[in-house]
Write a protein that binds this ligand. Structure first.
Ligand code: FAD
Ligand code: EPU
Length: 294
């Protein structure tokens, strides 16, 4: 079969993220693993569903690699307990499909708007379960070729994996257990109830990781910061660990808001989002200094 070239375009990244901010980059849309050697010739980032990202207003110098529809294998989920899935398979559809088939293991991931690759990279989850619970093996493009790694080598823990630097997950093997649609639904209803208080408008989920034994949302709320606003970025009234984009927020607004929150809350909160297109770590950026001057 002949290999067609990857689609390459310079595009604004904001529409490719759930937060809806971020400038331009060169986007490489990949439909075949054989396009990856060329795509990875220069510095790059790998984009999933863009649901845990804060991208700078000036965009990225690196190219952005995104796996396209041919890495979505949702249609192949047919009731087997163990299966390989492409890394661009959307989690919401996968959770729903497993529930219909009475397969258990993914219920805790209900409501997470990731694709499989991004969910593995961040070990997405809730207190009801995380992707690590079902992950058996991962195939990734790394060092110029494909490699398969057992899931335990990725050291998946709370919102963390130790993927090799530059690795692009292409597919993953999951193992689910046989249950019934009714039992799966009962657990999913609990997860749904736990998420009821989360905002439905543009965000990137929780901005900060929970400190051990506490909730960042509770701490930010207790500090009286709900409704705190910089430009069009605001601490959600519904859940204080969500920063929402009211429409047209700039990354610069959000950076300032993050700093204001960190200044006013103790213990110190660690940012959960990955940040792209910032020259310095946010904590050392000029925008953070500006907060002191106000
Ligand atoms: P992206 O945000 O696009 O990228 C995140 C990281 O994954 C980046 O480092 C990226 O390079 C890497 N990545 C993506 N694809 C690949 C790949 N193929 N190979 C290698 N690396 C890759 N998270 C939770 O854990 N629990 C929640 O309950 C939760 N709720 C949320 C609710 C809302 C409304 C939103 C907007 C977000 C929520 N999140 C939650 C955050 C987010 O969905 C997760 O962190 C998710 O894992 C990010 O996946 P993504 O596909 O969007 O990845
Ligand atoms: N709380 C407040 N005020 C708020 C928010 C929360 O007082 O504004 C209190 C709640 O009343 C509750 C406690 O804080 O007593 C915990 O709140 P919640 O159940 O909402 O859980 P969370 O710790 O804030 C975590 C994850 C979410 C995940 C939910 C559901 C983190 C940082 N957050 O939130 O994950 O969806 O549990 O399991 O781990 C994400 O990571 O992006 C994310 C959304």
């Amino acid at each position: 079969m002949s290999l067609s070239a990857a689609k390459v375009e310079r595009l604004p990244l904001a529409p490719l993220t759930t937060l809806g901010v971020g400038g331009e980059a060169e986007l490489w849309l990949i439909e075949d693993v054989r396009q990856l050697p060329e795509a990875t010739q220069e510095a790059y980032k790998v984009l999933g569903a863009g649901s845990n990202l804060l991208i700078g207003d000036d965009g990225l110098e690196e190219r952005v690699i995104k796996l396209g529809c041919s890495f979505n294998s949702l249609a192949e989920v047919d009731g087997r307990l163990e299966f390989w899935l492409g890394a661009a398979t959307p989690l919401p559809g996968l959770v729903r499909r497993a529930a219909e088939l009475g397969l258990s293991g993914l219920e805790g991931l209900l409501g997470i708007p990731a694709v499989l690759g991004g969910a593995i990279a961040m070990n997405a989850g809730t207190r009801f379960g995380e992707i690590a619970d079902t992950l058996v093996e991962v195939e990734m493009f790394v060092g110029g070729g494909l490699e398969r790694l057992n899931a335990h080598t990725l050291n998946l823990s709370y919102r963390h994996s130790s993927l090799p630097k530059g690795a692009i997950i292409t597919k993953a093997k999951l193992a689910l257990s046989a249950s019934s649609p009714e039992k799966v639904k009962t657990l999913m209803d609990k997860v749904d109830t736990a998420r009821k208080g989360q905002p439905k408008i543009k965000s990137a989920g929780c901005a900060f990781k929970n400190p051990l034994g506490d909730s960042a949302g509770r701490l930010i709320d207790q500090a009286g910061l709900k409704g705190l606003r910089v430009g069009q970025a605001m601490v959600s009234f519904e859940h204080a660990n969500f920063i929402v984009n009211l429409g047209g927020a700039k990354a610069a607004d959000i950076v300032k808001l993050l700093a204001l929150i960190q200044e006013k809350v103790s213990p110190p909160l660690e940012i959960e989002w990955e940040r792209w297109g910032f020259k310095l770590p946010l904590e050392q950026s000029e925008l953070y200094d500006m907060v002191d001057g106000e």
